[in-house]
Design a binder for this molecule. Structure first.
Ligand code: GLU
Length: 464
């Protein structure tokens, strides 16, 4: 069997813990069967994709030690495949689909589509395109796939068995936008086909897209790959993990001090069980023992306690010199210190005072005064305000002091807040102190991940 697998992250936002989870299973599957692990950057959604996000995906895969085996050669190394370099391939496949009568142009306006959606929702009907343009022979517009009526579409998932879906429940999905860019469905099957992907191993959230993909393969007379839809990572209440509830960015996991080997072990353990029940294993062990049949579908829970336990296990095993290096990188890197020093140096006489004044740059969880009863009493009624501030802050495009400042200023106006006490509460939440260096500069240096943890922590305490 010629195993070729891929991960296909979209470079929108921070590198996601789910990408690491998919990467681990795909990587291990490839290694186990002497196959190839491919990285494909799905960047056809121009508005949401960014190069910065793409670079951090690469950086974090390297940090985890999950390097890919193929791609355009850049001086002896492999660049990832990028969908924006492959537009012609999608367009020529789209033409093939039109010629064979499996796709049609649609010129419906946004307005019409949104009225349709509102009507369907009001009538409690399934939402979807009503095929208005299907037989109108337009020559341009967006391209939709023509789902054959009445039939059943079937495919098999190696974990879930045969899955059947009635074609009447499949939407005439847009496959090519009017700017000539493909949507996910078309780009993904074209790439999986031309990259000779043997097994599509991806998250459960794509299960509902697979029937559309299967139909596209059929329209094109292409052989199907095998499908494996892995269970999603979940919170303990079984809801899908999301950044509103828990940090999902790999940047967070690295910043807080989780070691790549602990994180990989944890992600492997989350839905896979070894025959002998062992919980601590190396990547090498994981590859050797990987058996798709031992993946459980029961909604794997993201258990931070387990991750902490694994991390302490790996830390204890390290040589002292390695731990010194780890602490230097995690906490005392020249890069971090040189951002802190300008904010602190005016306030100290000797190095002796440095730690006292800057401790909050290094500690994420402070007891005082967040736990103080009067702090709670004053701020509890403002909980919804802090929650919406949290959502806005963590979603800021750029985490610079100027954007944080303008966000905060607008926020204060919009919510009619009293500036001084709001600033004081923020200072306490982010620094644990009533006095600190200038707030916005401080937040910029702390960075998005540390700010995330502190504000989230404060909100959890206020909720108690
Ligand atoms: N771009 C999709 C993602 O971000 C890829 C899904 C797939 O693997 O087909 O996860």
């Amino acid at each position: 069997m010629n195993v070729r697998v891929r991960i296909a992250p979209s470079p929108t936002g921070d590198p996601h813990i789910g990408t690491a989870y998919m990467a681990l299973f795909n990587y291990a599957f490839a290694k186990k069967y002497n196959g190839k692990f491919i990285l494909r950057i799905e960047n056809t959604d121009l508005k949401r994709s960014s190069l910065a996000s793409e670079y951090s995906i690469l950086e974090y895969l390297k940090w985890l030690g999950l390097s890919w085996d193929e791609g355009p050669d850049i001086g002896g190394k492999f660049a990832p495949y990028r969908q924006s370099d492959r537009l012609q391939l999608y367009q020529s496949t789209a033409l093939q689909l039109i010629k064979a009568g499996h796709a049609y142009y649609c010129t419906c306006s946004e307005d019409r589509l949104s009225q349709l959606r509102t009507f369907q929702m009001e009538q409690k009907l399934p939402t979807g395109y009503d095929q208005y343009c299907r037989d109108r022979q337009h020559k341009d517009g967006v391209l939709r796939m023509k789902i054959p009526p009445r039939n059943l579409t079937q495919f098999s998932d190696l974990l879930r068995g045969t899955i059947s879906i009635n074609n009447n429940d499949i939407d005439d999905q847009i496959i090519l936008k009017s700017d000539g860019f493909p949507t996910y469905h078309l780009a993904s099957i074209v790439d999986d086909h031309f990259m000779n992907i043997s097994h599509v191993i991806r998250g459960e959230e794509w299960l509902s897209s697979t029937p559309k993909h299967v139909l596209l393969y059929k329209f094109l007379n292409w052989p199907l790959p095998a499908f494996i839809h892995l269970p999603l990572l979940r919170n303990s209440d079984k809801s899908k993990i999301s950044k509103r509830k828990y940090p999902v960015s790999l940047k967070y996991f690295k910043m807080i001090g989780f070691l790549p080997e602990a994180l990989l072990n944890f992600l492997g353990l989350i839905s896979f069980s070894f025959k002998d029940g062992r919980e601590v294993f190396t990547l090498h062990d994981f590859i050797e023992n990987l058996d798709i049949k031992r993946i459980s579908l029961g909604g794997p829970v993201f258990d931070f306690q387990k991750l902490n336990w694994l991390n302490s296990h790996y830390l204890k095993k390290k040589e002292n010199t390695e731990v010194v290096k780890y602490l230097q990188e995690q906490l005392f890197s020249s890069n971090y210190l040189s951002q802190i020093v300008p904010l602190i140096k005016e306030r100290i006489n000797t190095s002796d005072q440095f730690l006292e004044l800057s401790s909050f740059f290094f500690q994420n969880f402070f007891q005082i005064p967040i736990n103080d009863e009067s702090f709670k009493a004053i701020n509890k009624p403002l909980l919804p305000i802090y929650e919406s501030f949290f959502n806005e802050l963590i979603s800021l495009d750029s985490f610079s002091h100027s954007s944080i400042e303008s966000l905060t200023t607008i926020f204060i106006e919009q919510h009619n807040l009293n500036r001084k006490p709001f600033f004081m509460t923020l200072r306490i939440i982010f620094t644990g102190k009533k006095e600190s260096p200038p707030l916005f500069q401080t937040l910029e240096v702390l960075g998005r991940e540390r700010c995330y943890i502190r504000l989230k922590n404060a909100i959890d305490i206020l909720k108690d």
